[in-house]
Design a protein around this ligand. Structure first.
Ligand code: NDP
Ligand code: MG
Length: 386
């Protein structure tokens, strides 16, 4: 029985993790669960999975907790994440969205837990801190859940220690893959929320439309697999069947294929190194038809260029890029139909925030949090003048 804590259990990744935990109830004991504000869904999950601890990062009065759910410990506020990260578990699945994940990833690793990482923002903002903390815990203390990084990790299981010469990071291209630049810039929230292949939380769905998701994933791959960004090739592959791959010195390309279903990478991290059925359909090659590949266009999607520049600049650049993007995406998501906020403004806000701040250090958590705070302040100022 592996004991698991799930941070962000009410989200897209969190609910799928619970579905595979239920499918293999003999293998996993759900010990801790957290949500942000969706307490109604958390109540249902607590009723069903009977964890030892339940947390809400947006506090509610104890009187609102139904009497049949008081058998477990309830924790509230930001520290709910760190308490559940340090609970008596083997694994902590960090599936909260955004920078809020960084401190829980560090807390889990510092208390010797294995982290199953969906929350890419933690690595983008604090890659240096996270990888250092993971190295102290030992090999495979940080298992990727992001489908591309899980694919790369699975390919590396067959590498026999041979170094990677290149990573192939696949990308669906999102809903604007074939759109002209001007139409992408003026695209609305509703248009950006229509992802062709995946159903996910709203923030990552917008990131997939702007390709900031791929930009964050280039930075995530650099930290997870210790490769230079020049050795990470983004390949647009609209069918999302090849989840990513690795090229070795002899030119051999190993890739992992599957239907676009997050239950596979989630369960692979949860049961690693064992492989268990996910409840989904296996890939049917005959029904696939053609698999196609395109070069990404960094003029129409400047997010990819910004990620490479951030990696060149080092320091807190990744953290600043991530924070400005989070602020701009939150603004788009909360904007009404008459708002002047568009997809194009996300690129402007991120680029201007990076330029205005310039270089900042990111060697300690305090420095990372300070860079994050400053980037949010500047991005918010910029958005006010829209
Ligand atoms: P969702 O928006 O669906 O879920 C987010 C979860 O985090 C919810 O449980 C939410 O609680 C909680 N949460 C939101 N804000 C905060 C906060 N400030 N502090 C603590 N908890 C918070 O997101 P996804 O599941 O789509 O994504 C989660 C992470 O996984 C992201 O980092 C994303 O990039 C990554 N990821 C997601 C994939 C996917 O397919 N969805 C694929 C690959 C990576 P509540 O419900 O109460 O608001
Ligand atoms: Mg991904």
């Amino acid at each position: 029985m592996r004991r698991i804590s799930i941070l962000g259990s009410t989200g897209s990744i969190g609910t799928q993790a619970l579905s595979v935990a239920a499918l293999h109830a003999d293998q996993f004991r759900v010990v801790a669960l957290t949500a942000h504000s969706n307490y109604a869904m958390l109540f249902e999950q607590v009723r069903r999975f009977r964890p030892e601890i339940a947390g809400l990062t947006v506090p509610i009065p104890m009187e609102l907790i139904p009497s049949d759910l008081r058998f477990c410990e309830w924790v509230f506020g930001r520290e709910a994440l760190t308490i559940c990260a340090k609970a008596d578990v083997d694994d902590v699945l960090v599936s909260v969205v955004g920078m809020a994940g960084l401190e829980s990833v560090l807390a889990a690793l510092e208390s010797g837990k294995r982290v199953l990482l969906a929350n890419k923002e933690a690595l983008v903002a604090g890659g240096h801190l996270v990888t250092e903390a993971a190295a102290k815990v030992g090999k495979n203390a940080l298992l990727p859940v992001d489908s591309e990084h899980s694919a790369i990790f699975q390919c590396l299981e067959g590498s026999a220690g041979n170094p990677i010469s290149k990573i192939i990071l696949t990308c669906s291209g999102g809903p604007f893959r074939t759109w002209p630049k001007e139409d992408i810039r003026s695209a609305t929230k509703a248009q950006a929320l229509k992802h062709p292949n995946w159903v996910m939380g709203q923030k990552i769905t917008i990131d997939s439309a702007t390709l900031f998701n791929k930009a964050l994933e280039v930075i995530e791959a650099k930290w997870l697999f210790h490769v230079e960004h020049r050795d990470i090739q983004v390949v647009v592959h609209p069918q999302s069947v090849i989840h990513s791959g690795v090229v070795f010195a002899d030119g051999a390309l190993l890739a992992q294929l599957g239907t676009p279903d997050m239950r596979l990478p989630i369960l692979y991290a949860m049961s690693y190194p064992k492989r268990l059925p996910t409840g989904g359909e296996p890939l049917d090659l005959f029904s696939l038809g053609a698999l196609t590949f395109e070069k990404p266009d960094e003029i129409r999607f400047p997010s990819l260029r910004m990620a490479r520049e951030a990696l060149e600049n080092g320091g807190a650049a990744g953290c600043i890029l991530n924070a400005a993007n989070e602020v701009a995406v939150a603004h788009l998501l909360s904007s009404g139909e008459q708002s002047p906020m568009t997809v194009g403004k996300i690129y402007e806000v991120v680029e201007e925030t990076l330029m205005q701040i310039g270089h900042l250090p990111a060697s300690t958590l305090e420095e990372v949090l300070e860079a994050d705070r400053r980037a949010r302040e500047i991005a918010n100022e910029r958005l006010k003048s829209l």
